[in-house]
Design a protein around this ligand. Structure first.
Ligand code: ARG
Length: 463
């Protein structure tokens, strides 16, 4: 309680302690200060150009806002929770510094169009940053794919060994998913790049403003066409949160693969010391904490999306104070996304592949059973029948503790007369990947083609 509010004219009493406590957003919207100042500078310039305020007022506002930016940056700004948010804090301080010109800044503007303009400007800057990080992660994955294109390992379905694949192919599956994330981010950016400023509280303003001038000053690609939509639209935040959820899910799945691969049971990779931690009690432990937290933090990204969707669903037109609650999920998602991408990047960049282990693993669980069925198809057996024959071979081998490779040709011929000496080449799991001929397969040619296509796409993004 205390300070008279900037909106206090029609009130006889100040709000209660709890009302102030519930209303304040300063502790989190503080991070919008730079963009609030940018928005105010553009607005003041436009007011002056349109002769709504004088050149002297504009000069004072520019000087005052420059001082405020300095004060915030060097930690001397007198923040006051009673002024609710960063926008009111800046305006109150401006008036303290420059007098009446500060009071004129809010002409033809409402906090409703101001706040959401600031959020859009801030989010656009963060999106540039996030896009750079995400593209770097894709570059790192492609680099690892290049390094592992000769590493063969089991591919899994149901987490059971299925067919041999190249590790590069497995990693590139994530690169493709993340390229789609870049597209989702671009879409969200397009939605964000629209200017609400100049819409006033909800109905427009009683001044001959120039919104195109504002859009040009603030580098916005479009102007909101409906003032009511402008002040209540939070769809672009939902688009960003959806992007962050899907992207988080991709990172989380990759993290899960990495965690599995780094276990003693799999031992396909060894994680770097830089992304693992020890245990306070078990001296031998090396835990994959960074990957685990990438996986864990994805949960809050989903939570943020759901928070916003729930917040929006019952709101009548137009601005409702509920909308202030859009910021914490957004800010948390921005911070989390940046951490997740950077963490994942470090995990992948520094992991060591235990090639001998992955190579041995493809000899397990009859990983070339499908290849043998295809061999029989090639020799004229219908596929369903071939499937049946190989199934009984697996059963036989399991029963007699044998493998396809250990059976002599006479034994194989008992299952099908069509088996010949060339079957041993087919049985070799290390040759399995090269028999894949379809477009997009795990063969070396296909993996190299994928790397080339992805690199071309990355090139378009400036890499
Ligand atoms: N801090 C508020 C927000 O972020 C400011 C908007 C207040 N507008 C109003 N009409 N009371 O939404």
């Amino acid at each position: 309680m205390g300070k008279k509010k900037l909106w206090g004219g029609r009130f006889s009493n100040t709000p209660s302690k709890v009302a102030e406590e519930i209303a304040t957003s300063l502790h989190y919207d503080m991070r919008l200060y730079k963009h609030d100042i940018r928005g105010s500078l553009a607005h003041a310039k436009m007011l002056c150009k349109q002769k709504i305020i004088s050149q002297k007022d504009l000069d004072d506002i520019q000087k005052g806002l420059a001082i405020i930016e300095q004060e915030i940056e060097n930690g001397t700004f007198p923040f006051n929770e009673a002024f609710e948010d960063i926008h009111m804090n800046i305006e109150a301080r401006l008036t303290e510094l420059i007098g009446d010109a500060g009071k004129r800044l809010h002409t033809a503007r409402s906090r409703n169009d101001q706040v959401i303009t600031d959020v859009r400007l801030y989010l656009k800057d963060e999106m540039h940053e996030i896009k750079k990080l995400l593209i770097q992660l894709i570059v790192t994955i492609v680099q690892k794919a290049e390094e592992t294109k000769y590493v063969v390992m089991p591919g899994y379905t149901h987490l059971q060994i299925a067919q041999p694949v190249r590790m590069a192919h497995h990693l590139l599956a994530y690169a493709w998913a993340m390229l789609r994330d870049v597209q989702r981010l671009d879409f969200a950016y397009g939605q964000t790049d629209e200017l609400p400023l100049g819409s006033g509280a909800l109905a427009g303003v009683n001044y001959t403003t120039d919104r195109q001038f504002l859009a040009d000053e603030l580098h916005c690609g479009a102007i909101a066409h409906n003032s009511m939509d402008a002040v209540s639209n939070r769809d672009f935040i939902a688009d960003f949160l959806y992007f962050s959820s899907i992207m988080g899910m991709h990172c989380s799945r990759l993290a899960e693969d990495i965690i599995l691969w780094s276990t003693a049971e799999f031992n396909f990779i060894t994680l770097s010391d830089s992304v693992t931690t020890g245990s306070s009690i078990m001296p031998q432990k090396r835990n994959p904490d960074v990957a685990e937290l990438v996986r864990g933090k994805t949960g809050r990204l989903y939570g943020n999306l759901l928070t916003l969707l729930t917040l929006l669903k019952g709101l009548p037109m137009t601005y409702n104070r509920d909308l202030q609650e859009d910021k914490e999920p957004l800010f948390d998602a921005i911070d989390t996304v940046k951490l997740i991408i950077s963490g994942m990047n470090e995990v992948i960049a520094t992991m060591h592949v235990n090639e001998e282990v992955t190579r041995k693993a493809i000899y397990k669980n009859f990983s070339t059973a499908t290849d043998i069925a295809d061999y029989l198809v090639m020799k004229g057996t219908p596929f369903r029948q071939a499937h049946e024959i190989v199934g009984s071979m697996v059963k036989y081998c399991e029963h007699h503790n044998e493998d396809f490779f250990t059976l002599p040709l006479e034994a194989l011929k008992k299952f099908s007369e069509q088996f010949d000496n060339d079957i041993y080449d087919y049985i070799n799991p290390e040759k399995s990947t090269e028999r894949k001929q379809s477009y997009g397969s795990t063969s070396l040619k296909s993996v190299e083609h994928q790397i080339m296509v992805i690199r071309e796409k990355l090139h378009e993004y400036g890499c």
